[in-house]
Unconditional design. Structure first.
Ligand code: FES
Length: 566
């Protein structure tokens, strides 16, 4: 019998060349931790814990893990929590995206290498949830996700504020000279007032909602605020559910289908969710060999309106969405735009979850109907053209409508450092019609930081300009807004046309038509290409491995050896 074919505590035996000894010594060490034969005869439920002092949004995760353990015990299982890396969005340099695949690999290997019959994935901050899902679908052991839950909103001078759409908006006002140092300090202390993840529809909230829409968490699990008892009750029920999954050997491969991912894309657009989620969904689908590409994103975005009133595309916060019934209410509102036959970890179909969804009174104040949406279809647009042959994205729902069709001269920055320096120069020659181009910020060059929503030239910001067209091979925070073209593929560092743009070249965007063009003739582009050379690889370690193997944004930025074929 292969080591990994055993179950319970005898699964994944340490290779001493004597399985009997491996079982014996394993029990000896577990006895030292208080486990007896009765404990070890139960289904073993691993709990992947991403607590870290650095990940402040996970600070009440120990309570969530304790509640999961209680649920596991109540259902007759034996819980064993294990720490993994954590990815604090705000405290990682240069970007947490550089480490998503590292966490995915680590989690997958620990699920495989340690004895467990099912795993509960406890995540929250932006990259933790997609990394855990990538790991779970590759390991293909019974798995269920629970997130730490969103913060509740803060207040400043009578206004509700919260991380981090307001962080960016109010910092821009400070930068433009409209808020003084004392005011911005007062705001700072109200932006993150409780435990939990960012309480707007940023990447963390978006991925939590998409996980629920794909059926990999319990109904309502995405939005219950972190400080509430509801969050802990969901955690305990998640623990109980994990034991049932272990007993039934219900694996992600039996739950996830192409329909699951198309449903997730539909929910993403209706949420006005983070553009980062597109990269993550592509990566998760590719781990299972499920066909999904940017054409699917474009098709679904073209027929799905914005329904959820949550920042940055709307005005509310996650607590409002939760009070309106969260994802279950949204699934009801989306109705026939969803595939009702898609499965979930509880054994129900999405259609059955829709039928049993409990919609609170007044739910449509936060979740609109298809008949009266908050915004039209096309809130997310896939772009192609001479500047992005393999595709790019724009979150049209968070852009300035008058810039969605725009033609203007390029103002090019070769690196984020150069952009930071020149955009802070009040003498930079720029007009509101310029197109700010940032390159060498893609996955290979820089790990793809959330630098796409470049600050405006400070002189223009002080003159009252609040938006300009920006184009890059970087990403953008899900909490950000503005007319920002992202994920240009191929990126400049692998020879994409973005690397050939010169100051003054005309760039044209037509978001509704899905076009992004660089108006430079072919002969001139050939001449520039002959002079181009790639940047050097990082000298060592994870960054070198990453740069050598990471795929482009249109493929999900996974490492090329981690797909099903690898
Ligand atoms: Fe962790 Fe925003 S910083 S969710």
């Amino acid at each position: 019998m292969a080591l990994s074919d055993r179950s319970g505590i005898d699964r994944s035996l340490t290779a001493y060349g004597d399985p009997g000894f491996s079982r014996f010594i394993r029990r000896a060490f577990l006895a030292s931790a208080g486990f007896d034969e009765d404990d070890l005869a139960r289904p073993i439920i691993g709990i992947a814990d991403t607590s870290s002092d650095y990940t402040t949004c996970h600070r009440q995760m120990p309570e969530v893990v304790a509640a999961v353990k209680r649920g596991v015990l109540e259902a007759g299982g034996a819980p064993l929590a294990f720490p993994t890396s954590s990815l604090p969005e705000i405290l990682l340099s240069p970007t947490s995206m550089l480490y998503r695949n590292m966490l995915a690999m680590e989690t997958e290997e620990l699920i495989r290498a340690q004895p467990m019959d099912a795993v509960v994935l406890v995540g929250g901050c932006d990259k933790t949830v997609p990394a855990q899902l990538m790991a779970a679908v590759s390991a293909d052991l019974p798995a269920i996700s629970i997130v730490t839950g969103p913060m509740t909103a803060g207040h400043w001078r009578g206004e509700r504020i919260g991380a981090c759409t307001d962080c960016r908006r109010l910092w821009a006002e400070h930068r433009a000279g409209n808020l003084d140092d004392t005011e911005i300090d007062g705001i700072r202390d109200e932006l993150c007032p409780t435990a939990g993840t960012c309480m707007v529809m940023g990447t963390a909230s978006t991925m939590a909602c998409l996980t629920e829409a794909m059926g990999l968490s319990l109904p309502g699990a995405a939005s219950a605020p972190a400080p509430t008892g509801a969050r802990l009750r969901l955690a305990a029920e998640t623990g109980r559910c994990a034991v049932r999954l272990a007993e039934q050997q219900s694996r992600p491969s039996g739950v996830l289908s192409r329909a699951s991912f198309l449903n997730a894309l539909t929910v993403l657009v209706a949420l006005g969710g983070s553009t980062n989620a597109v990269i993550h969904l592509l990566a998760i689908a590719r781990r299972r060999g499920i066909p999904l590409d940017l054409a699917d994103v474009g098709d679904i975005a073209g027929r799905t309106p914005l329904l959820v009133d949550c920042r940055p595309a709307g005005t509310g916060y996650l607590e409002d969405f939760d009070r309106a019934g969260g994802v279950p209410s949204l699934l009801v509102a989306l109705g026939d735009l969803l595939d009702h036959d898609a499965l979930t970890v509880t054994g129900e179909t999405i259609g059955e979850r829709i039928t049993t969804a409990d919609r609170p009174a007044g739910w449509q104040s936060s979740i609109r109907s298809l008949e009266e949406p908050l915004g039209p279809a096309g809130g997310l647009a896939v772009l192609r053209g001479s500047l992005a042959p393999d595709g790019a994205l724009i979150k049209a729902a968070a852009a300035s409508p008058e810039l969605l069709v725009h033609r203007g001269p390029a103002l090019v920055f070769d690196s984020l450092g150069e952009a930071e320096e020149r955009l802070a120069d009040p003498h930079l020659e720029a007009t509101p019609a310029h197109v700010l181009v940032l390159r060498n910020a893609g996955p290979v060059a820089a790990g793809m930081p959330e630098a796409g929503s470049l600050p405006l030239p400070v002189g223009l910001a002080r003159a009252g300009v609040r938006d300009m067209l920006r184009v890059s091979d970087a990403r953008m925070s899900g909490t950000a807004y503005g007319t920002v073209v992202l994920h240009c593929a191929p990126e400049a560092a692998v020879g994409g046309p973005l690397g050939l743009v010169h100051d003054g070249d005309l760039i044209e965007l037509d978001a509704a038509a899905g076009r992004l063009e660089l108006h430079v003739d072919a002969a001139e582009l050939s001449r520039r290409r002959a002079e181009w050379s790639p940047p050097p690889l990082p000298p060592r370690g994870w960054r070198r491995l990453y740069a050598q193997h990471v795929q482009q944004a249109n493929l999900g930025c996974d490492l090329d050896f981690l797909g099903p074929e690898g």
